[in-house]
Design a protein. Sequence first.
Length: 476
Amino acid sequence: MKKKMLLVLAAALCVAVSVFAGGKQEDPLASGQSPDGDKASGVTGGSALRPRAGGWEDIDGLSSASILRVGRGKFGYVDRNGMDGYRVKIVDVGDPTKTVREKLAGGTGRNVAMWAAGEGGRIVLVEADELGRQDYTGHNIVVYDQDLRLLRSFPYGNQTGLAEGHRARPLNHREPILALTDKYALAGWQDKPPVDTDPAPNFISIYSLEDGKAGHIPVSGDTANLNIGNLTGFAARGGYIIAGGSTGTKVLRIDPSGPNIGVAVLGTVAAQTPGSHWIQDNRKYVLESVEGNGTVRVWKWNGDSAPSLVGVVEAGAGSGSVQALSFDNEDQDRAYLLGKVAGANAGSVYRIDLAAARAVKLFTIPDSVAGGVLTGMWTIQVESSGSDTWYIVGGAIGKAPDDKNGVLVIKNPPTDGGSVDAACLSSSLLDFPTPARSMKAFKSSGTIVYVAKNHISRNYPALSRYMLRVMRVNGD
């Protein structure tokens, strides 16, 4: 018995010495290896949302990552399944009760801080650990193909350059600070110390999908000769970046020629001021909400040439930034916006002709119809079927503490610039626990739905919960 115990202790000692000699074990994703095999695609037919009156829902076990537009009729969300962690779920709106594809997020089951869709159906995400309300420590950037096979992975942020106790964490407005081009994955992040400083240093990290080379570009104050303030968002396509900061916007060209990926500021494209508030990209145009003056810049991608500024769209005079803006889901040359954060134009809906950067006021949603002031709306989507058109807006209506959260659907409003009445109010789902900050519309076989998700409350994070809803707009 004693001899047997000695053998067991010796074996345990050998294992301990081996682990100590090898140091910290390598994260399997750091070398691009997937725990379930590089060739393994996501599984099919898993469970997704539960039926409810007028649609489907999922509650509580959700990541704060936004809803992902995977295709015209497919969306993605991140859900926690039991003890194995978070799973990426791709769902066809034709049957939201089951998944088309699903996979353990990042191969580790960590939470997902942010994600984006790229060309050819590829998906890029940042796997992370949640630290508090919408606050994360990022670990890896993971790139999937359309079947959720692992293509590439990189450490999130400049891990070798972070001081002890510092964290690479996403900026606010996480949707427009992650991008996937044909050659690069790009992410925006902050270098946060144990005790926060304001402002924290901001960076754009650029990773080559071909050879794994990386570069970390400082975007704070006047660093790297950018002079655009702190990073607020960016869009990328081909070898170019439209970088928006708190005081201005510039176009950068990616330079992969050195030992690390760098950027060059293009003096041939005039810098824009004031600062950037919000950036969206449909791979043909870029919409950039300008900070504080109720206007939206329209940029155009030009293939191998630098992007150009088409023009500036007016959304009413005075102060306030445009929060709700989106591209048409079927026409790349068209977009929409909903007024401003504040002011007389807060409820006005415009259609934008992107090729000419020209806006046409369609109608206004009065406070009396909406049920409160429209200063907390973050999203707008437009869908049509036959002769019917729906304008779908999401966020919060009214003012705290009496605000209502959810999605407002306007059907067949006048488009002559006038105000809508209650007869145009198709449906109002105002029972989300917090503002529905993420909302997108989809169409499958003529059926239109919107998918909406709230964020955790700033003031009461422990008492609020995530809620994901898929609601029919037309049909049964």
